[in-house]
Write a protein that binds this ligand. Structure first.
Ligand code: ADP
Ligand code: MG
Length: 368
């Protein structure tokens, strides 16, 4: 297994036309050998474009892509030795399961007995060996089984890189969670450098060794789930990896070790340590105070430095209780999400409440 490197990769669809689409903008990063790397971002941000470019199905407009030291940017797709699984699975309905999986070996003119050995091996790996005997046609398979066939088909010729484009999107919620773990198990067993694309942050956090957050063709941040959750470098990442409540604020003083800010229209001030400031803001600048749901507190009684609001909904989410609180001001956000460890017995839906801050946890961002 080897690393995959992108160097200033740009992709412009319809270059020179009246309406060019700049789908990838100076994408540069390295995926480690054997890593399960997640590409995460909203629909249209360029995830599929990056995968298809890696596979050679799209020609990049500029930049380089390497597998180890080998520049693969201009190598034709069939010589790149890359396995790809699409959202639709794209199985061949007229072929048996065996031949679906064997396809990549047949086109590589692998001898029959070797084909048989490899297909049996990979079907075992993905947990379909029984199905193969019982049920020769892919059309009779469940969604989860089709998914496994698609993965087996991509793995059978020992690809250097495995590309998975929203592979779980067509499965129901329960199966999706199960297949997350299966994909991780299979990837770790093969140790093939893998890129897993999804728009679902929970899925990306659960599956990936590391994640890249993509927005409008730009890589915003790369890191482990923990790093992205605890140290998001801007408001977009903060609110894409988990939830972040934002409070429009003004910088009062930035000359010390912390930045002093005041929530607009509320007169509440905080000193945010510079280590928690993802902005170089200066006195008078507009900024956003960010507080994750678990970094706020809801209370029936007034708190020091609090905002008043009304409880909209109380959700029981197992290990915690989520309070949705709407606040009056047009300046601050209208709806807050606050997670408490336990049910606040004196707070009910519709009640007037007070929202406080865990001052040592909150952070500061530039407005988007
Ligand atoms: P994602 O997979 O993250 O949803 P895509 O890579 O499919 O995003 O698309 C990125 C951008 O490129 C979008 O604006 C999309 O409309 C555009 N795009 C994708 N494919 C083509 C194409 N073949 N021709 C023109 N524009 C395209
Ligand atoms: Mg896509």
């Amino acid at each position: 297994s080897n690393n995959v490197t992108y160097e200033n990769v740009n992709k412009i669809y319809g270059e020179g036309s009246k309406n060019p689409v700049h789908a990838l903008k100076d994408v540069s990063f390295t995926i480690n050998p054997g890593e399960l790397f997640c590409l995460l971002g909203p629909s249209g941000c360029g995830k599929t474009t990056l995968l298809r470019s890696t596979a050679g199905l799209e020609e990049i407009s500029s930049g380089k892509m390497y597998y180890g030291d080998v520049d693969i940017s201009t190598i034709p797709p069939y010589k790149r030795n890359i396995g790809m699984v699409f959202q639709s699975f794209a199985l061949y309905p007229h072929m048996s399961i065996f031949e679906n999986v064997a396809y990549g070996l047949r086109v590589r003119k692998v001898p029959n007995d070797e084909v048989k050995k490899k297909v049996t091996q990979v079907m075992e790996l993905v947990g379909l060996q029984e199905e193969l005997k019982r049920n020769p046609s892919p059309t009779a398979l469940s969604g989860g089984q089709q998914q496994r066939v698609a993965i087996a088909r991509a793995l059978v010729y020992d690809p250097d890189i495995l590309l998975l484009d929203e592979p779980l999107a067509n499965l129901d919620a329960k199966l999706r969670r199960y297949m997350r773990a299966e994909i991780r198990r299979i990837q770790k067993a093969t140790n093939i450098t893998t890129i897993f694309v999804t728009h679902d942050q929970e899925e990306a956090m659960a599956v990936g060794d590391r994640l890249a957050v993509l927005r409008k063709g730009i890589v915003e941040q790369i890191g482990t789930s923990d790093e992205l959750y605890n140290e998001p470098k801007n408001a977009f990442v903060a609110n894409f990896i988990g939830k972040m409540n934002f409070f429009e604020s003004t910088v009062i003083d930035s000359s010390k070790d912390s930045i002093d800010v005041e929530i607009k229209g509320k007169g509440i001030r905080f000193a945010i340590p510079k280590a928690k400031c993802r902005t170089q803001a200066k006195k008078g600048d507009s900024v956003l105070i960010g507080g994750r749901p678990e970094q706020l507190i809801v209370s029936a009684a007034p708190l020091n430095k609090c905002i008043e609001g009304n409880v909209h909904i109380i959700q029981h989410l197992g290990s915690f209780i989520r309070y949705e609180v709407t606040i009056d001001s047009s300046i601050s956000p209208v709806a807050l999400e606050i997670d408490m460890d336990s049910l606040q017995k004196d707070i009910h839906e519709g009640d007037r409440v007070y929202v406080g801050f865990k001052e040592d946890k909150i952070s500061l961002f530039s407005p988007e």
